[in-house]
Design a protein around this ligand. Structure first.
Ligand SMILES: Nc1ncnc2c1ncn2[C@@H]1O[C@H](COP(=O)(O)OP(=O)(O)O)[C@@H](O)[C@H]1O
Ligand SMILES: [Mg+2]
Length: 310
């Protein structure tokens, strides 16, 4: 599992409640212990990093252990900031009348579904492309699978859309102004192209398996297995590396009692299925602890299981 840390960006994903945050935090803790300077960012609106570290966190980067800083992105704040930046750019590029109309649209856009996702995506892109000074490992605790994968698939659609917009705008510019090069001199075309280049750079980082990995967390149960297999296939299709599949909440075999024995047998069946269906991925297991993972001492136990160190 140690090789998991040979990267500069690690995403943790999986179905809701399987232990994404717990495993992301335990991994961040291990890296920090090894001297990496780690920034753990949660983009799951259902934040639980604060629970895991048993300390308030929130929007502002908060130091939670030596070498380890955590931050929980607030989608509403990200959306506001994102609209603000767009507003500023529009104000620079267009005439006062256009800007006035556009701002009216922004009031509507602020309520539009999806804006928060786009804004959070933009923030993650920024964190990946322009690492915050003083950190050399970014760990991203993602929202449940479907949501996280939609975010990672965004670049594909975005690049196409931005390029189409740039072409369309370029055509209009050249129709109105026949001087050669007018298309390339247009600030709107330039801004769209710049943005497209940025999204493509992000995509290159995502698909560079030496730099970026997407660790998948699941529990030995029917639905998480199916959802995680689909996620692994999608990541494969997107060209994103999966350096770890973590099976969490595995029951210890030693415990007594018929009820428990039956649960253990059931898990053994699923564990066998996981071993077969995720055979091509580095697999590791974490046992079910007797209580929730709250606070660093409990987290240390998960960390030790994942990385095999005391
Ligand atoms: N191995 C484990 N043993 C005991 N409790 C666990 C374990 N892994 C996770 N939990 C608990 O399960 C709940 C969900 O875990 P969490 O990491 O927040 O999941 P997710 O981020 O996937 O929604 C939390 O209360 C957490 O403390
Ligand atoms: Mg979580």
């Amino acid at each position: 599992m140690r090789t998991l840390l040979d990267r500069s960006v690690l995403f943790f994903g999986g179905k809701g409640g399987v232990g994404k945050t717990t495993c992301a935090a335990a991994t961040a803790l291990e890296a920090a212990r090894l001297g990496r300077r780690v920034l753990l960012v949660s983009v799951d609106p259902a934040h639980s990093v604060a629970d895991v570290f048993d300390t308030p966190i929130g929007e502002a980067p908060t130091r939670v252990a030596a070498n380890l800083t955590a931050r929980e992105l607030d989608p509403a704040i990200e959306a506001e900031r994102y609209l603000g930046a767009v507003r500023e750019q529009v104000a620079q590029l267009f005439s006062a009348t256009v800007v006035k109309q556009a701002f009216r649209q922004f009031e509507l856009a602020a309520q539009a579904p999806g804006l928060e996702d786009v804004a959070v995506f933009d923030r993650v892109m920024q964190l990946v492309l322009e690492p915050v000074a003083g950190f050399d490992l970014l760990v991203v605790d993602t929202a449940p699978t479907g949501h996280a994968l939609r975010m990672l698939a965004m670049p594909d659609a975005l690049v196409e859309w931005l390029d189409a917009l740039a072409r369309r705008r370029g055509d209009i510019v050249s129709e109105n102004d026949r001087t050669p090069g007018s298309r390339d001199a247009d600030p709107v075309v330039a801004s769209l192209r710049q943005r497209s280049a940025r999204v493509q750079a992000f995509q290159r980082r995502l698909t560079d398996a030496a730099a970026t990995g997407f660790a998948l967390v699941l529990t030995p149960e029917r639905l998480p297995i199916e959802e995680t297999k689909r996620a692994a296939d999608t990541l494969d299709r997107l060209g994103v590396g999966v350096p770890a599949v973590i099976v969490n909440r595995v029951l210890p075999v030693t415990a007594e009692g018929d009820y428990h024995a039956a649960r253990v047998r059931q898990q053994q069946v699923y564990l066998g299925e996981i071993a077969a269906r995720f055979a091509s991925y580095p697999l590791t297991t974490v046992t079910q602890l007797e209580s929730d993972v709250h606070g660093i001492p409990a987290l240390e136990r998960v960390r030790a299981q994942l990385f095999g160190t005391a």
